[in-house]
Structures are given as C-alpha cells and as structure tokens.
Write a protein that binds this ligand. Sequence first.
Ligand SMILES: Cc1ncc(COP(=O)(O)O)c(C=O)c1O
Length: 389
Amino acid sequence: MTYDFDTAIRRRGTDCVKWDEAAPGELPMWVADMDFPTAPCIIEALRRRVEHGIFGYALVPESFYESIIAWCSRRYSWTPRREWMLYTSGVVPALSAIIRGITKPGDAVVFMTPAYNCFFSSVRNNGCREVHFPLRWDAGSERYSIDFEDFEDVMRRERPRVFVLCNPHNPSGRVWTSDELLRLARLCAANDVIVISDEIHCEFVDPQLGRHFLPFAPIAEAAGCKWVVANAPNKAFNIAGLMTAYIVCPDTTLRNAIDRAININEVCDINVFSSVALQAAYTREGEEWLNQLVTYIYDGYRHFRQRMKDALPQLPLAHLEGTYLAWLDVSSLGDSKLISKHLRREHKVWVNPGDMYGQPGFLRINLATQRQHLDEATTRIIDGLRSKD
Ligand SMILES: Cc1ncc(COP(=O)(O)O)c(C=O)c1O
C-alpha cells in the first residue's frame, strides 16, 4: 500500500503545541513533531479501543513487551530481554528517572553539545552537575565529530557517574558509526561510567547514508560498559501526545534503582491508548508506513538542502544522517537568537535558535512536514536570511 504524506491536514485549532502557539500566518518549524497523521494501522487499533468505551486503570500486557522485543530483533538484530524492561510515560520522564535512580545529587553527568534541551534540565532537576562535552564542528565538511582525546580527558577530569548519549544525535543529525560507539563504550567502561542511550530518533536514518542505526546495547556489552537504553515509538509514529516509553537495563541493581525512581517521580503508569498504539506501530504494517515516511522525509531534506545551497551557499548545513531536524550554521550572520526572532516577526517562520541546545550561531529547522509547507518555509527562511546577509 502506498501512503499519502503530501496532503496537508489542518492542525490549528486542535490544541497543537506546534501550530497553536504560532501566530496566525506563521509556519511552525520548531518543536519536534510531525505534521503527518500517524500510521492507519495505529488509528484503526485506537478506534477499536475507543469503541470499547471504558478507560479505567489498565495493565500493561505481556504483548506490549513482546512487540518491543520483536521490533528490535527484526529491525536492529538486537533482542532485549523481557526482564530487563521497565515502562514510563515518555522518554524525558525515563531519562529523568534513570538519572535520579543511578546518581546521587552532586554527581557529574556528561552529555554532548549541542544537545536536546531536556538533557540540560533532566540533569539539573536531579541535582547533578552538568558537564557539557562539545562536539567538534567542521563547517567545511558540514559534519560533527567526537574528539576522543578530549572525551577521555573529560572522563578523567570530571569523574562522571553517567554519560547521556543521544543515538542518533539531535540536533547535530549524526548517526554514530560502530567505531564511534565502540570507542565511547570502551572509554566509559574504562572510567566506570554508566551510559544512558536515548534512542528515540532511531527510526530516522537517511536511506542513502549507506549505514543503519546501531543500538548501543550490543556494542556496550562487547566493551564491558554498563548501559541503560530509553526509547519509544513517539517520534517515529508521531504519537508523542499518547505518552509512553520503555527503558531497557540489564543490571538488576541499577534497574531496581530506576524502578524506584519511576515510582518516586509518580510516572509509573502509561496511557491506556499508548500501549495499544505501540503494539499497532511495531508491526509489519507499521513498518511499511514508517519506511515510506522516512523516504519522504529525506527526499524533503535533499530538496531543502538543494534550495539552501542554491540561495545561500556560504551557510554550512550539517549533513542530515539522522533525525528530521536540520541544523544550519548562521554564525556568519550574527546572533542566532536575534535571527530566529527576525524570521518569526518579519518572515513568519518559526525555527529554534541553537542557543536552546547549547550552541549559539545555529538554527534548528524541523523538516517533518508536507512538501508544500516545507517549500514555503524554505522560501521564507531564505528571504529572511538574505535580508540579514
Ligand atoms: C533526544 C530526545 N529525547 C527525548 C525526546 C522527547 O521524548 P518524549 O516525548 O517521549 O518525552 C525528544 C524530543 O524531541 C528528543 O529529541
């Protein structure tokens, strides 16, 4: 079956963060959700559940875990064990509970910058010390990389308890290679650092990249590194509003501590619809929809990239290996906060400044929308940036 990602559906007036917080006429390309309806197989499963009409307290059935295990085995050749798994109401609540469970206040927690904004708050809210590890940006090759010597120095100097990995990385667009993941795992093992791998963007990898997403767990196992994974179908299937996530942690002591933190944080239930949606998503039908979606998104990215390069070749644009979030270097044009304000006010397009992610000088642009919106937003971005040039 061929799915339609081109027909725009009105989201204004649906209590949608992305569109209803935007001013009339403004095109929102900021918060990371997609303007596509979720997979029809999910909608159908939810419809059947709604028709039952009773939405009292619910159990999380064994089939929830079986779906996750089957999905990870089939797509990533990684088979997490049932007894390693916990669930909670989202990947951010998962990160927060994991950090709370396995650290003590004052412990150092390292993460790479630019970083997803909630990494900063999750570490801070749990009384830990944020240690930012800047990725190396090469504007010439338009690519981020890890300076492993620096990483080793940070491990030795800061003596962190935890390293939070974003795999694939938002907002640099990097899909880490096996060599990079193995080196990180070895350095963390050598320094007795536990790795939390946030894999929420794992389904978005450029089909033309020539590499796949690699789950961190098997690589960590090979390196003798302690790991915890947090993941969810929220991004891939555009169901973040249903609120679920799963945590995989093979170490019993750590897992018990995380379980306790989930309870203390009172995030130990998931929405009754989210369990239904996850199980419908992680099927062959869900996979077929997702594969077509990913092709659509990266076609859109190539189109966006071409237009940006034709119009503003001097602005480096990070190669989007993964995620649907483009990352544009506007440091040559001035202050990114002011530039994003200018784009909103004068050109009616809302993109996030890199400042939110610990890297001023950049703009993050959400490409997961219909081609007609993407085209119009690109025109506005180009006009707005040209007027700053
Ligand atoms: C790296 C990363 N983790 C987690 C989330 C949010 O996860 P959730 O909506 O499941 O809390 C996002 C959303 O953009 C993200 O980019």
